[in-house]
Design a protein. Structure first.
Length: 177
């Protein structure tokens, strides 16, 4: 589980499958920016194995949702890499996949070009709920490809908590340390 460094995170728990080393960086970059969507067929089983091997209680969550992309970025990229992961995980565990409840309503600069402080500022107010009634009292597991500073995941968890989510967990493929 990740412990907050300088920030109080809005999510309750976080798990990451692997360290963001040179190999992971190359693979995630290909997955995210070079349309190598077939890597999801490798990444999803790795995430499932990690969860099961470490007895992470994913069945405590009522729904799984990906970190959404802004519509303009989704049009440019053609797919949401986090959604490819979350769909596979949701299907495996039989947990509701709620892809369109959390939306990125504000276009933001890519986080890769920002320092840690700028990442937190960049994401303020970026996420909103499509229908808060579906979130109220629910336990939600957010799926993303990479945990760097936690700014993106925190902003998403904050929107979910403000909409009434009872519990928010985070599962990412990689973590930068």
């Amino acid at each position: 589980m990740c412990e907050p460094a300088q920030h109080h995170y809005a999510f309750d728990q976080a798990w990451s499958v692997c360290l963001y080393n040179d190999t992971a960086k190359k693979l995630l970059h290909a997955f995210k920016y070079n349309s190598k969507t077939s890597l999801a067929k490798t990444f999803v089983p790795l995430m499932i194995d990690f969860v099961e091997r470490n007895q992470i209680p994913v069945r405590q969550f009522d729904m799984i949702l990906p970190i959404p992309l802004h519509p303009a970025r989704l049009r440019d990229r053609g797919y949401n890499q986090s959604s490819l992961l979350s769909r596979g995980l949701s299907s495996h565990w039989g947990i509701l996949h709620a892809e369109n409840l959390l939306v990125r309503g504000k276009p933001t600069n890519t986080q890769t070009e920002l320092d840690a402080k700028q990442r937190w500022t960049n994401l303020q107010g970026a996420f909103r709920m499509n229908n808060s009634a579906h979130i109220s009292g629910q336990s939600v597991l957010i799926i993303d490809d990479l945990f760097t500073t936690g700014a993106t995941l925190n902003a998403a968890a904050d929107a979910l908590k403000n909409a009434g989510a009872a519990r928010v967990g985070v599962l990412t493929l990689g973590i930068a340390v």
